[in-house]
Ligand binder design. Structure first.
Ligand code: F6R
Length: 605
């Protein structure tokens, strides 16, 4: 979490630092701050809350200077306050940090003995204090920064700036991503390339343990052992770095609405005239005895959905786990296991740690990611991009449908290789997939009906979501979407579990969203729905025309989706689940794109 940026520029840097922070706000928005060096003198401005508060502050209290660092915070140690906001300064050193310094208490105690007292509750201030202490012992700024980094345990991306040093910045990464940008007589540092997109498209990604010494003339990178290393300079596609709402009120609304075209692009990246083409080196599906899928949050629900596909279509046994549980359980990984990790950002700390646990144990490490340059993609044997484009809204929408798409294509490819589907069967499937973006458009046309239902749901304190089979993971995803952006308490259950406890919650004040296309399990779900209605529960049924007819008149709200083949329903029914949450959040007046306490990229465990 947190976003960091640094610029050694040829113009005033404050406006560019703020613009870069705007692009990093998805990583956290509890406070923001910048520090610059002007006429050799280090100074800083910080403000609690959204970046706009920092921008306002800078209007009245400008911060000149051509060298600077900036930070947008997701609070870990210490409440969001101005004192705890970065950059942290200790004497001649200013630091911005993304990650967690795990040994900060030991370092603090050591520094206290040397007479250094912290002024904040943060772990990061310890980094600045240690560098200050080392400089007071005669170390140069570079030596002090390097020796400080040597002492740190935990995860970090850091940028240091020093009083009196207009042409020097030190950066370091371990566990948190960091990109170096190359300009014309300027150099940049950023948590990601999107932050630097208006400044440069020439990017070097630091690798684990790397440290970088930047001057306007260039960068010198050393690895953890102190060896000088060459890291490739890549040209980044600027299209992928575009960040605008394209006329929509929120990024989330735009990202929901663009799913037909995004899915169409994602499909064409993998579908050929005759089949499904995976990136090299591909996979030997015949040898797979077990698939272990690991992820967090929405990506975890994409894995739960894919379990049904891999098992039913390809006959591969699948285990799905939450990354934060998997990594500490240390499960045995038997020969013939492929480990598959799903992540939009590709930087989720728990998912990355789970991947590293499987390295050297699983036959292959496969990832399904959106950010192709991410750590998870780079550390996988095979990385499948989902081609969702930049997702800015904190609540994942188009990345979820594109994760489902990539996983379904992988399951189909496996089914074909393992002789579980013939050419005609595959061809039929591919035709249905090619038609899906058009079907998405029809689903999005139901916006008004969904908004009406959402406005009523927004009045509830608790909401239940029910689904069976492929609709169960989607019920979980629908409940997550609703709670994270509208702050309404929502829970999801497999429909069949209802009478094993949760039915006790049902009364007229608890809307129950039932996801039930007229599929092979429809009749069973309808029985569960009747049990809810018999106890006064208000059912909002999301189904197709046949399902609506069969469910009868007593349903409180019915949202009718177009018909698609059963295996594709999770992709289609994701849309009304997303729209329901979006419109409920609008009715509640919450901050849709930046809901409280959340951040887009969860780079701490
Ligand atoms: C919910 C949401 C989160 C993420 C989760 C994993 O809308 O976005 O639950 O899905 O934090 O993030 P990634 O996919 O980046 O690993």
């Amino acid at each position: 979490m947190c976003g960091i940026v640094g610029i050694l520029g040829i113009h005033e840097v404050a406006p560019s630092l703020v613009e870069a922070l705007r692009r990093l706000e998805y990583r956290g928005y509890d406070s923001a701050g910048i520090a610059t060096i002007n006429n050799g003198h280090l100074d800083r401005r910080r403000a609690v809350g959204k970046l706009v508060n920092l921008s306002d502050l800078l209007v009245h209290n400008a911060l000149p200077g051509k060298s600077g660092i900036g930070h947008t915070r997701w609070a870990t140690h210490g409440a969001p306050s101005e004192a705890n906001a970065h950059p942290h300064q200790a004497g001649p050193v200013a630091v911005v940090h993304n990650g967690i310094i795990e040994n900060y208490k030991e370092l603090r105690a050591e520094l206290a003995e040397a007479g250094y007292q912290p002024q904040t509750e943060t772990d990061t201030e310890t980094v600045a204090l240690l560098a200050q202490h080392l400089m007071s012992q005669g170390k140069s700024p570079t030596e002090a920064a390097m020796q400080t980094v040597d002492r740190l345990e935990g995860a970090f991306a850091l940028a240091f700036l020093f009083d009196g040093e207009e042409d020097l910045m030190i950066a370091a990464r371990k566990g948190s991503p960091l990109a170096i940008g190359h300009g014309d007589g300027e150099m940049f540092v950023g948590s990601d390339a999107i932050a630097l997109a208006p400044l440069t498209d020439q990017i070097t990604y630091l690798e684990e343990g790397d440290r970088a010494v930047l001057t306007r003339a260039g960068v010198e990178i050393t690895d953890e052992a102190g060896r000088l290393v060459n890291r490739e300079v890549k040209t980044i596609q600027m299209d992928a770095a575009r960040v605008d709402k394209a006329g929509y009120k929120h990024f989330m609304a735009k990202e929901i609405a663009e799913q037909p075209s995004v899915l169409s692009g994602a499909l064409s990246a993998y579908l050929t005239e005759t089949g499904i083409a995976l990136p090299e080196p591909g996979l030997d599906f015949d040898k797979i005895e077990r698939l272990v899928m690991v992820a967090c949050g929405t990506a975890f629900y994409a894995c739960l959905t894919a379990k049904y596909w891999f098992e039913r279509l390809a006959g591969i046994p699948v285990e799905v786990d939450i990354a934060s549980e998997f990594r500490y359980r240390e499960p045995p990984i038997t020969p013939g296991t492929v480990a598959l990790f799903v992540s939009q950002s590709g930087e989720t700390a728990d998912t990355l740690a789970a991947l590293r646990y499987c390295q050297g144990k699983a036959d292959k490490i496969v990832s399904v990611i959106n950010v192709e340059t991410s750590s998870i993609a780079r550390e996988s044997d095979l990385a499948l991009p989902i081609h969702a484009g930049a997702e800015i809204g904190v609540a994942s929408t188009k990345a979820f449908t594109c994760q489902l798409n990539a996983l379904l294509l992988l399951a189909l490819k496996a089914a074909q290789s393992r002789g579980r589907i013939d050419d005609d069967g595959l061809h039929e499937f591919m035709e249905a997939l090619r038609a899906l973006p058009g079907v998405f458009n029809i689903a999005l046309d139901r916006d008004e009906v969904i908004a009406k239902a959402a406005r009523q749901i927004a009045e509830a304190r608790d909401v239940l979501f029910l689904g069976r089979g492929l609709m169960y993971p989607l019920a979980l995803e629908g409940a997550l979407k609703l709670k994270e952006i509208s702050y309404i308490h929502a829970e999801a259950y497999a429909s069949g579990e209802l009478k094993h406890g949760p039915i006790a919650l049902i009364d007229k004040n608890v809307p129950v969203v039932v996801l039930a296309p007229r599929d092979s399990l429809f009749d069973k779900t309808v029985s569960n729905m009747q049990e809810v209605m018999a106890r006064g529960g208000k059912v909002c049924l999301i189904t197709d025309a046949a399902g609506a007819k069969a469910a009868g008149e007593d349903v409180w709200q019915t949202i009718v989706m177009p018909e698609v083949r059963e295996e594709l329903t999770p992709l289609l029914y994701a849309l009304p689940a997303q729209l329901l949450a979006y419109h409920a959040a609008i009715a509640k007046g919450t901050d849709v794109d930046q809901p409280r306490n959340l951040a887009k990229s969860v780079t701490v465990e």
